[in-house]
Unconditional design. Sequence first.
Length: 116
Amino acid sequence: MANTFKVKTNDAMPSSAGTPLTLYTVPNSTTTVVIGLTLCNVHSASVTASVKIDSNTSDTETNQEVFVVKDVSIPAGSSLELLTGGKVVVQATDIIKIDCSVSAKIDATLSILEIT
């Protein structure tokens, strides 16, 4: 079993407002602990952003697409740090997606621990 800290980044998300863009997909045979997620508004005006986890893991419970945050306002030139002090566990094939009210105006930084 290996534990690997990683950072996943993407600038100018999403390519089309209203269409969430994948920031990270958990690899097969991997469990990931999300340590932190920072969203930065690179636009000249306030935007709203949403973060979703699309969990299609086959377990005994029902896993579905859920919001971590929905339509949160981020002022121009500001950042929003999500999950401060909290962690989220995502499983193999789960997907973290980012959306924004304006195309290509969110930079995202995801800090994770992959366990394989």
